[in-house]
Design a protein around this ligand. Structure first.
Ligand code: ADP
Ligand code: MG
Length: 277
């Protein structure tokens, strides 16, 4: 996307935005694995409604584990996770994960993949035409309406991830969880996808927790970036990104914030104290 011609949207939520998601003193250890490991230690964070918080840290610091706990795929060893004040105990369609692998069904075409995400949704359950209409709307959002009838294998890697995004948005989840979604793509495609992803975030006002080990990605996507220590993962700092959206991942102001994020990762102490949670 050409960031210069796109509308400028000021990021960040009004101070009054309610807390959507809260982790309080969450510790996770994997005691039953061959090598027992404490993946996370006393992690506390809050995400406001409509906010995009990025978890940034080295590989193995527990970022995916945080997402798995929020998604309800794993259970915390201690501590509490709440969504709208209610404890998270199991997976639910109010929290959807966009995986590293696009995970589309190769035997379904593009629109059927998106419609699959709507199959149990109340207003769409027995209404094929409404389902199709909604799926087309979502494909338009990710600029793939012309490919509705294409087979998955005919799409490029970036297009597959956009279909996966449309499918994840289909049930209108309250929280979208994004786990390093574009690692395997070349730099140009990735930059374009990040532009589009932000456009979608702004338009759908989803609450998002995203994970990355790339500081530029973190600075490009996040309203706030939480910097994790190495294993066991703890939050060592928070950096607010007050840049207007959509942001170009190659922009120098994004690079400037990426440097701050990296500096926080490499610092021994908590130089930039967390402002929230
Ligand atoms: P990241 O996403 O930051 O790279 P992960 O959350 O995937 O890190 O993993 C954090 C640590 O927890 C790693 O040491 C990993 O091996 C371990 N771990 C993650 N999931 C499991 C599991 N299901 N069983 C055992 N160990 C796990
Ligand atoms: Mg991971």
């Amino acid at each position: 996307m050409d960031a210069s011609s796109a509308p400028t949207v000021v990021p960040g939520q009004p101070a009054s935005a309610p807390v959507k998601l809260r982790l309080r003193d969450v510790t996770k250890s994997f005691d039953h694995s061959v090598q027992p490991v404490v993946a996370l230690q006393a992690v506390s964070l809050e995400v406001s409604e409509g906010e995009c918080v990025v978890l940034f840290g080295p590989s193995g610091c527990g970022k995916s584990t945080v997402l798995n706990l929020i998604a309800g795929f794993e259970t915390a060893t201690s501590g509490e996770i709440t969504l709208d004040g209610q404890p998270v105990r199991e997976p639910g369609s109010d929290r959807l994960m966009l995986f590293q692998e696009h995970a589309l069904f190769p035997w379904l075409n593009v629109i059927d993949n998106v419609m699959y995400g709507l199959r149990w949704q109340r207003p769409y359950r027995f209404r094929l035409r409404a389902r199709r209409r909604k799926a087309m709307e979502l494909l338009k959002l990710v600029h793939l309406e012309e490919f509705a009838g294409s087979a998955v294998h005919e799409l490029s890697g970036g297009m597959k991830q956009r279909v996966a995004l449309a499918r994840a948005l289909a049930p209108d989840p309250k929280v979208l969880l994004i786990d390093e979604p574009f690692p395997a793509l070349d730099a140009l495609v990735r930059a374009k996808l990040y532009g589009e992803l932000q456009e979608i975030l702004v338009r759908t006002r989803k609450t998002i927790v995203a994970v990355t080990h790339d500081p530029r990605e973190a600075a490009c996507l996040g309203d706030r970036v939480l910097v994790f220590t190495g294993r066991p993962g703890r939050i060592k700092g928070e950096i607010k990104i007050g840049l207007p959206r959509p942001r170009d991942i190659n922009d120098s102001s994004v690079g400037e914030h990426a440097r701050r994020i990296n500096a926080q990762l490499e610092s021994d102490d908590e130089k930039e104290p967390r402002e929230k949670a």
